[in-house]
Design a protein around this ligand. Sequence first.
Ligand SMILES: [Fe+2]
Length: 452
Amino acid sequence: MNGPTASRPLWMDGHMAPVPDEIDAVDLPVTGALPAELAGRYFRNGPNPRPGEETRHWFSGHGMVHGIRLRGGRAEWYRNRWVRTRQFTHGAQLVGAGFEVDRAAVTANTHVIPFNEKIYALIEVGFPYELTPELDTVGPCDFGGRLTSAMTAHPKEDPRTGELLFFGYGFVPPYLTYHRLSADGELVESREIDVPGGTMMHDFAITENHVVWLDLPLVFDLELVERGLMPYRWDDGYGARLGVMPRDPERAGEVRWFDIDPCYVFHVGNAHEDEAGRVVLDAARYTPGDFDKVWATTGGLPAHETVTVASVQGVARLHRWTLDPSGGKVAEEALDDRGVEFPRHDDARTGLEHRYLYTVTGDSIVKYDLRSGSSAEHAPGPGLIPGEAAFVPAEGARGEDEGWLMSIVTDTSGDGSELLVLDASDLSRVASVRLPRRVPAGFHGSWIPDAR
Ligand SMILES: [Fe+2]
């Protein structure tokens, strides 16, 4: 791969470099056999500055969604579109000169999800943007004016109730607000949560009866805003804690906090309640030292002006916390020593006990069997970097791993990409779809099945 240069940061070069335009292609070449029952779209979001723009942090580029349409064993089309946010179309800024906040002035670059027959592009600092199935932008959504905070890029759909649980965080009070959308898309509950300060809270977890908060020491710093930098920095003095909050609105004020060893978590795998009523949380955990490296190499302080490494440094490892709300005790254990990110699971298990998690290393897709303690890897090949692997259940699946994994694989030579489809049960290659261009390494995606 082309390494970053003194003038170009890591995320503007090589397999992470943005693409300059929007294209369409039809009848894509397929190697192997795409399962005929895969009828839908795989959409994946990520930052993609426009030509001539150079962002100060990897997280700052305009959102671009890459989509592949599968049906009847064919890959019917690929297209990529920038999300037409008010920042993209009008240059509007989230925080104006008078500190007024425009939550539609975002990049919408982090995730793309289906919910209640709509599709949303998400970023944690503002409102979601609705997209059409053809990737056109409908516009920002504040759920009929009821959403008064930002919305995380990692909401959780409860598979039992069909509700969408999420939160918004901010740099002024209220620092944290919990929200609940009914299954038919109405914002029916919002609760302010008391936390000591404004932190970057990228993800959270749910169980059948609880919400789990990660209040970790990446704190907002106004001085960094004034310097034009990503305004969050590590603060040893903030501490680190996990919070267990009953979902029951009648118990809104009850959050049980557990102090933990300092760390950072971008991504939760899943959480559940065990037979003893304890909350078990699995997530990709960075030690303070690893976090410092990954933050610096993606553009945060302290090293953003001295990025000279050839790849993102600093790894997260799969970790488990077990929280006992009755006894107030927390236990934690490392589940593996490999560096992994982007944990996913069968969405039908969100908040419930899961056996499998799917993650990626720098060059492979890893499947964890948490019941047996074993794991398996699939490496797409030399120089090929797999993105997040989304689990797609087979129709009528009974086994938790009965289905496929979908991942956009980017060639570090800068030449191309493919949509890789693996059998989730044994990680064997089922098919790959050759994409007509390099898709830059990005963030999160979803399989959006056709309505049945
Ligand atoms: Fe994320």
